[in-house]
Design a protein around this ligand. Structure first.
Ligand SMILES: Cc1cc2nc3c(=O)[nH]c(=O)nc-3n(C[C@H](O)[C@H](O)[C@H](O)COP(=O)(O)O)c2cc1C
Length: 334
């Protein structure tokens, strides 16, 4: 439960700019992601909402519970922004306190807020008063190793009405380097009464159980390992997924992208997913190049069909080699 919002499941797709858009969130939700976070949306941008910003907040009712993630540094702007978007029907508003990008963090928003815990308190007091829906926060451990203030921040969040805390176990300075510190996540879980979501370096199904046991966290957020692998939400690793399953998903994802963004933009934005879906497939090199440069959906589908047909043929011609192919090929009908 996030305050009064039931959440069915313990795995959640991380908010990821450029990836956790409506099409991909919907897919991940179908595969088991229990909550849908938008990519982070600028509070300032919301006050001058353009089409692009509005599109980032589009969601399918099937995704619920739906979380709109906002970033900003100005208390008044944040309040005005959330007041404006509450009527769009999210279940939860989340405040980003983890973005390490220079143009965000050095301007005092994202992880920049971690430098000013009292301000975090004021923001949460204000937003929880202004909204009827729960407000949650996603944090890092601090700005750098000399200012690890995660316990302070977590308590301040709880004391000022936050209904859930998601923790990426790194500092702003670390960005994505080194290893996520799961001990710190465990400490936060011990220190607060609200649900804690553990995040950072969960790459396999086994990691999911490891982080849960290690930290006691209530849920697990998965980011990079979920790109190209929504099966992780079924606790299935990428090398257990068959080619048939991959191609079925590729077609479905492509459809969703074309519907949402239109043919041209949809296909272009789909490319970054395609490279992840096809990684490790045998004889994919040249086809991959074509898949990520073609400009018409029909071309894309024809390329995929041809690749699948050739793969099936290879398996028939040299069945003795099937066992030596990458694991996802072994389950293919020959
Ligand atoms: C491409 C990319 C975009 C991201 N965008 C966001 C974002 O919009 N909001 C956010 O809170 N975190 C964002 N993150 C951080 C992830 O949510 C997550 O905390 C981080 O990747 C660590 O989890 P992982 O090890 O499972 O990837 C982003 C990460 C990546 C790789």
């Amino acid at each position: 439960m996030v305050r009064d919002i039931p959440v069915y499941g313990d795995l959640i797709l991380s908010p990821m700019a450029g990836f956790s858009d409506k099409p991909y969130r919907l897919l991940c939700h179908e595969y088991g992601s229990a909550m849908s976070y938008t990519e982070f949306v600028s509070a300032d941008g919301l006050l001058h909402a353009n089409d692009r910003t509005r599109k980032m907040l589009a969601f399918d009712p099937a995704e619920r519970p739906m979380v709109f993630q906002i970033f900003g540094r100005d208390e008044e702007v944040l309040e005005e922004a959330v007041r404006r978007i509450e009527p769009l029907g999210p279940d939860i508003i989340d405040i980003n306190m983890g973005c390490s990008a220079r143009k965000v963090a050095y301007r005092g928003s994202g992880a920049g807020l971690l430098k000013d815990p009292p301000k975090i308190g004021r923001i949460f007091a204000r937003l929880t008063r202004a909204l009827s829906i729960p407000v949650t926060g996603k944090i890092r451990l601090g700005w750098d190793d000399d200012s690890l203030n995660y316990l302070d921040v977590a308590k301040i969040l709880e004391d000022n009405g936050a209904s859930l805390i998601a923790v990426h176990g790194r500092t702003k300075e670390q960005a994505y380097k080194g290893q996520a510190n799961w001990d710190a996540i465990a400490e936060i879980k011990q220190a607060v009464g609200v649900p804690v979501i553990g995040n950072g370096d969960v790459r396999t199904a086994a990691d999911i159980e490891r982080i849960k046991q290690y930290t006691g966290c209530d849920g697990v957020m998965i980011g990079r390992a979920a790109i190209g692998n929504p099966w992780i939400f079924q606790r299935k690793d990428f090398d257990q997924v068959t080619l048939a399953e991959k191609s079925e998903l590729i077609y479905r994802h492509l459809d969703l992208m074309l519907d949402f963004y239109g043919e041209e933009r949809g296909l272009i934005l789909f490319r970054k997913h395609v490279v992840k879906y096809v990684r490790g497939l045998s004889h994919i090199g040249k086809v991959k190049q074509q898949l990520i440069t073609c400009t018409r959906p029909e071309e894309f589908v024809a390329l995929m069909n041809a690749y699948e047909a050739e793969a099936a043929e290879r398996a028939v011609v040299s069945p003795s080699t099937v066992g030596s192919l990458s694991p996802q090929w072994r389950d293919q009908p020959v």
